[in-house]
Write a protein that binds this ligand. Structure first.
Ligand code: ZN
Length: 490
């Protein structure tokens, strides 16, 4: 009876560097005894003086933890696999227990077509058929299909993740194409979730894609995130980062983090059960406006490709349970100097979320937490309509807020001057567009200087619309003065 015992990275130096050792035996006990004989250096790591398995060593047979069942008496079939998983200071290797998977611990079989497709994985002992079945069983949620989400989604698809969830509310813009390679030129103007889904399914039709065309909010985050095993944060704004982190901690999900700016990137894995969370690293967001967004500061197109690929790598490692994940490690990448640095992270016992005495026990208002809903950004007009300045609107656009922008003017005015992304709705046709309003998105209305858009807001309120609406203070003329002088004044 030949059995393969997979040796974890941490113990390989005691097994001549081998990733797997073939032994004979019909039970776990026999197989491990033979392993200890063949590799004496391993013995003291596996067994105590009485010859019992050490309490910090977990043994899996075909992905079942045998410790709580028949123990070393557990039979192993010819050709079976025994996996040794020691607990190690630093928390690695960390992987999702089969029982933690949303879809359950029963791993699906691979079809002959999949066996062919994933051949280069299957012949890696660290992945193998079982690892590939874990990937097939896994559900991964990508928050954002921008620069980070693009390579991430493509590699996760190619790797054979069973179900990929995609959250985005944006449409593809031609300025995205310099880095967001999951979208192509012909996708400009399409919702990003649609072009991402098409790309993923073109790469691998075995992947199920679940799309969520919405902004992730405190209202919907728990319900969406709950359905996935690993969450990958590819967002570009602080409120969503804290929201994703908090929801992941509350639901005990690993959060694979990546961020980029100009020529520098960061990556880590936040998993409160095993290490620091994002709040342990950054207890507070920077004040609004201090850290410019990529839209203002720019970003080297290939940078999100590198960081997003690292996120894909970490995601796959967590699922197959191999290697040393970036838990309690912050990886810094410098594209100009071309180098990686690594910082050690520590779980903060005082962390308000994952610390000993947490004060955050449910999702909060992240706009307020990040100082983005400051009263100074929103004022009221004389008739009680909420207004924002052109500068504030520009900031919201750059932050990817995806406000619905309504241009309450006539077509001939629209022909002279426009704000990009705004939809022309002449005042007389306002009610025909009522159904396009959506409380998930804030609506910003403008006209030339203000009265028509203020009126439109009042009309929509009177018709029963309860979502948030802002008037653009000073209209498109103020936009031209404050934000974009290339917009003609008339
Ligand atoms: Zn924390």
């Amino acid at each position: 009876m030949s059995v393969s015992v997979q040796i974890p990275t941490a113990l390989r130096s005691f097994a001549g560097g081998q990733a797997a050792v073939d032994v004979n035996g019909s039970t776990v006990g026999e197989a491990l005894a033979q392993l200890a004989e063949a590799q004496p250096g391993l013995r003291k790591h596996l067994f105590n003086d009485e010859g019992k398995l050490r309490s910090f060593v977990n043994v899996y047979v075909n992905d079942e933890d045998i410790r709580h069942q028949q123990g070393t008496e557990t039979p192993v079939a010819d050709g079976g696999t025994i996996l040794i998983v020691p607990s190690i200071a630093g928390g690695s290797p960390a992987s999702l227990e089969p029982s933690q998977l949303v879809g359950g611990g029963e791993l699906p079989e691979l079809t002959p077509d999949e066996m062919t497709r994933y051949n280069r994985h299957l012949i890696l002992p660290e992945v193998g058929v079982d690892g590939q079945r874990k990937l097939k069983q896994a559900r991964v949620l990508m928050i954002g299909t921008g620069g980070l989400g693009a390579p991430l989604g493509m590699y996760l698809a190619a790797a054979g993740i069973g179900r990929i969830g995609v959250v985005d509310f944006d449409v593809v813009d031609s300025s995205n194409l310099q880095r967001q390679i999951i979208h192509g030129t012909r996708d400009v103007g399409r919702p990003k979730i649609e072009s991402a889904r098409d790309c993923i399914q073109n790469i691998n039709p075995h992947v199920e894609v679940e799309t969520y065309e919405t902004r992730l909010t405190s209202e919907n985050a728990m319900d969406i995130i709950r359905e996935y095993d690993v969450i990958v944060d590819g967002t570009d704004n602080f409120p969503t980062r804290y929201l994703v982190n908090d929801a992941c901690v509350l639901l005990n999900k690993p959060n694979v983090y990546g961020s980029i700016f100009r020529f520098e990137g960061q990556a880590s894995v936040f998993w409160a059960e095993k290490g620091a969370c994002y709040r342990c690293l950054y207890p507070e967001p920077p004040p609004p406006g201090l850290v410019p967004s990529c839209a203002e500061g720019g970003v080297l197109g290939v940078l999100p490709g590198i960081i997003g690929t690292i996120q894909a790598n970490e995601t796959i490692k967590l699922i197959i349970g191999q290697g040393e994940p970036l838990i309690n490690r912050l990886l810094l990448f410098d594209a100009l100097g071309m180098g990686f640095r690594e910082l050690k992270l520590r779980k903060d016992p005082e962390c308000p979320l994952c610390g000993t005495n947490p004060t955050i026990t449910e999702l909060i208002d992240y706009e307020v937490f990040c100082g983005l809903d400051q009263a100074s950004n929103v004022t009221e007009s004389e008739d009680g309509v909420e207004e924002i300045t052109p500068t504030e609107l520009k900031r919201r656009i750059d932050d990817g807020r995806n406000d619905l922008l309504l241009d309450i003017r006539e077509p001939h005015e629209h022909a002279i001057a426009r704000i990009p992304g705004a939809k022309l709705v002449p005042p007389a046709q306002l009610m025909e567009h009522y159904d396009e309003l959506n409380a998930d998105r804030d609506t910003v209305l403008f006209c030339r200087v203000g009265p028509r858009s203020i009126n439109a807001i009042k009309e929509l309120r009177a018709a029963g619309y309860a979502g948030r609406m802002y008037n653009l203070k000073g209209g498109i003329l103020a936009w031209s003065d404050e934000v974009d002088p290339s917009v003609s004044k008339y």
